[in-house]
Design a binder for this molecule. Structure first.
Ligand SMILES: Nc1ncnc2c1ncn2[C@@H]1O[C@H](COP(=O)(O)OP(=O)(O)OP(=O)(O)O)[C@@H](O)[C@H]1O
Length: 507
C-alpha cells in the first residue's frame, strides 16, 4: 500500500471527533493492507512505530529537507525498511550514511508524507487513533469480537501482531493467544478513591495492601532464565541483577510475578523514588540495592492464573515468595482497612491499594477491582517547554511548562497537549541538572528564554487544585503546582487529561 493512503487516513481520523467514523476509516485501511504491512501500519497508526525511536533528531530531519516528490510512490514497506536501516546504522562514523538514508527517504516522499515521516522520526506524531479506537477497528476489519482482540493484544503486549492474527488467522488461533513466560503483558491498573473505607465499599472483601512508592516490575522466570519488565514493558533485566538472583532462588521452575521494586535505607524505610528510578537510567550507578515486593502471580509452572480469583493467587504467592510479599491484610471491615492505610503512611509509603478478593487479573485494564488510595493528589503531566532559570539557577533549565492530554481534541488537536500551568518548585539540584541536559537533547525550537521540547517527558505534579484562567487554552490553571518526580516509566499518552483537571473545578 502507498504510504500516502495511510497518511490520508490518519488525517481523516484526526479531523473527526466521531469514534464511529474513526473506527470505520481505520477498519477500511486495515482491510486493504498486505499481510506483511499490517504490524507496521498498526505501529504507525498508533504513533508507536515498530522500531521505537531510531535516534534521529530535529536537526537531522531539517538537514534532510528535500523538494517533495510530485507523485506518491513510497509504500508502507519502504518506510518500514528505511526505519530498520536507520536503526541498524548507529555508532560513530555512521552519520553520513544515516543522512543519506534520510535524504533518499524524504526525496521520495510527497509533502504530506514528508511531514508524517518527520512526525514519526521526532516522536511528535498525532494520529488521533488511540489504542482503544484501533483495537475496535481491528475487530471491525477482521469481524472478530472486540473482547477477543483486546484480550489477545493485552496478553501478547503487541497490537500489531494481534491485528495480523485477527485479520489473517482463524478465530481459534486468536483465542489461543495466552501468556508466554518471557513475553510481558500489560499490567492491571487501579482506579482511585478518597479513603480506604470508600475503596472497600467498591470492592467488597479485599486484600488491602501497602502502596509502595517504587517502580512496577513484572518478572518472568523460565528455568534459570529471568527477565524483568517495567510498567511500559521495557526490558530492564540487566539493570536489576539483585532481583534476577533473588527470583532465580525461588522454589519454582516457571513463574510470572507482578510487583514493585524500591530502594530502602538502613532502617528499612523507603528512599526517595528518584533513587529507585535512577537505577533504571542509561548511566545508572549501583549505589542502592533494590528490593522487590510482589503482590501478584500470573503464571506458575505451566498454569495460567489470570482467571483465578485473587485469593487463590495470593495463596500461591505466599507459597512461592513468602519473604517478598507486599505487606497487607485481607478484610471486609472498613476500620481494619483504615488501620492498614494509616500503618502504610506511618511507614513512609504512599497509601494503599484495595483489591477485590474474588477478582481476576484484568491485564491492561483500569477497573474498580483495584482501587488506590493516596492522601496527596498528584497528576501526571507532559513537559512542553522549559524556561532558563535566573539567580542561583542561571544556566539551568528550570520553569516547566506543563501540558495535560486532550484525547478528543476539545481544545486543539486530538491527542495533543493543553498547557495548564508552570512550575519550578520541588526541583532538587540533581533534577535541575538532569532536566537541563535532557531537554536540550529533545529540543525542537528555542525562543528568548525558553526551550521547546518534544512532548514526551512525563512529570508527576502535586497540586492544591485548579482555578479558572482565561490565559490558558483549557480555561484552567494549576494552583500551587510542585514537582514530585519524573515518571520515565510512563508514556505521554498515559498522562492525565485536561478533562480530569477541569473536573476538579467542580469538586
Ligand atoms: N500493592 C500494590 N498493588 C498494586 N500496585 C502497587 C502496589 N504498591 C505499589 N503499586 C504501584 O501503584 C500503581 C497502581 O496505580 P495505577 O495502576 O494507577 O498505576 P499508575 O498509573 O502508575 O499510578 P501511580 O502514579 O499512582 O503509581 C502500580 O502501577 C504500581 O506501580
Amino acid at each position: 500500500m502507498l504510504l500516502l493512503e495511510l497518511v490520508e487516513t490518519t488525517k481523516a481520523v484526526a479531523s473527526t471527533r466521531s469514534r464511529l467514523a474513526k473506527v470505520d476509516a481505520l477498519a477500511h485501511l486495515l482491510r486493504r493492507l498486505e499481510p506483511a504491512e499490517i504490524p507496521t501500519a498498526v505501529g504507525l497508526l498508533s504513533a508507536k512505530p515498530r522500531q521505537g525511536r531510531v535516534g534521529v533528531g530535529w536537526s537531522a530531519v531539517a538537514a534532510a529537507k528535500a523538494d517533495p516528490a510530485a507523485e506518491p510512490r513510497l509504500t508502507v514497506s519502504d518506510f518500514d525498511t528505511a526505519l530498520d536501516r536507520l536503526l541498524a546504522t548507529a555508532g560513530s562514523g555512521s552519520g553520513a550514511e544515516r543522512a543519506a538514508i534520510l535524504r533518499t527517504l524524504m526525496a521520495a516522499a510527497t509533502e504530506p508524507e514528508q511531514s508524517f515521516i518527520a512526525g514519526v522520526l521526532l516522536g511528535e506524531l498525532r494520529t488521533g487513533a488511540l489504542e482503544g479506537v484501533l483495537t475496535d477497528a481491528v475487530a471491525r476489519a477482521s469481524d472478530r469480537p472486540v473482547d477477543a482482540v483486546r484480550r489477545a493484544a493485552m496478553l501478547s503486549g503487541d497490537l500489531g501482531g494481534t491485528a495480523l492474527l485477527a485479520l489473517m488467522g482463524t478465530a481459534a488461533e486468536l483465542d489461543a493467544v495466552g501468556l508466554v513466560v518471557g513475553r510481558p503483558v500489560q499490567p492491571m491498573l487501579a482506579a482511585t478513591a478518597g479513603s480506604a473505607g470508600a475503596a472497600l465499599e467498591a470492592t467488597g472483601e479485599a486484600s488491602v495492601e501497602y502502596k509502595l512508592d517504587g517502580a512496577r516490575i513484572q518478572v518472568h522466570r523460565s528455568g534459570s532464565d529471568v527477565r524483568i519488565f517495567t510498567r511500559n514493558l521495557a526490558d530492564v533485566t540487566h539493570r536489576l541483577p539483585e532481583v534476577v538472583d533473588l527470583v532465580r532462588g525461588l522454589p519454582v521452575q516457571d513463574v510470572i510475578l507482578d510487583g514493585e521494586t524500591l530502594a530502602l535505607d538502613e532502617e528499612g524505610a523507603p528512599r526517595p523514588f528518584q533513587e529507585t528510578m535512577s537505577r533504571f537510567g542509561a548511566d545508572a550507578v549501583r549505589e542502592t540495592l533494590l528490593h522487590p515486593w510482589f503482590f501478584d502471580v500470573l503464571h506458575i509452572d505451566g498454569r495460567d492464573l489470570l482467571d483465578e480469583p485473587l485469593a487463590t493467587r495470593i495463596d500461591i504467592l505466599n507459597r512461592v515468595a513468602p519473604a517478598h510479599r507486599i505487606p497487607g491484610e485481607v478484610t471486609a471491615d472498613p476500620a481494619v482497612a483504615e488501620r492498614v492505610s494509616q500503618d502504610a503512611l506511618a511507614a513512609g509509603h504512599e497509601g494503599v491499594v484495595v483489591k477485590a478478593i474474588d477478582s481476576v487479573y484484568a491485564a491492561g485494564r483500569r477497573g474498580s477491582n483495584w482501587v488506590k488510595v493516596k492522601p496527596v493528589h498528584t497528576y501526571d503531566l507532559v513537559v512542553l517547554a522549559c524556561e532558563w532559570g535566573s539567580g542561583r539557577r542561571t544556566g539551568m533549565l528550570s520553569n516547566l511548562h506543563l501540558g495535560a492530554l486532550d484525547p478528543g481534541g476539545d481544545f486543539g488537536e486530538p491527542g495533543g497537549y493543553v498547557m495548564v500551568g508552570k512550575t519550578f518548585k520541588g526541583l532538587t539540584d540533581e533534577l535541575l541538572r538532569w532536566q537541563t541536559a535532557r531537554f536540550q537533547e529533545i529540543e525542537v525550537r528555542r525562543t528568548a528564554g525558553t526551550v521547546w521540547v518534544e512532548p514526551k517527558t512525563v512529570v508527576e505534579i502535586a497540586i492544591d487544585g485548579v482555578q479558572q484562567s482565561p490565559r490558558y487554552p483549557g480555561g484552567i490553571a494549576l494552583r500551587f503546582a510542585r514537582v514530585k518526580r519524573y515518571r520515565e516509566d510512563k508514556a505521554p499518552a498515559e498522562a492525565d487529561t485536561i478533562q480530569t483537571l477541569r473536573s476538579l473545578l467542580r469538586s
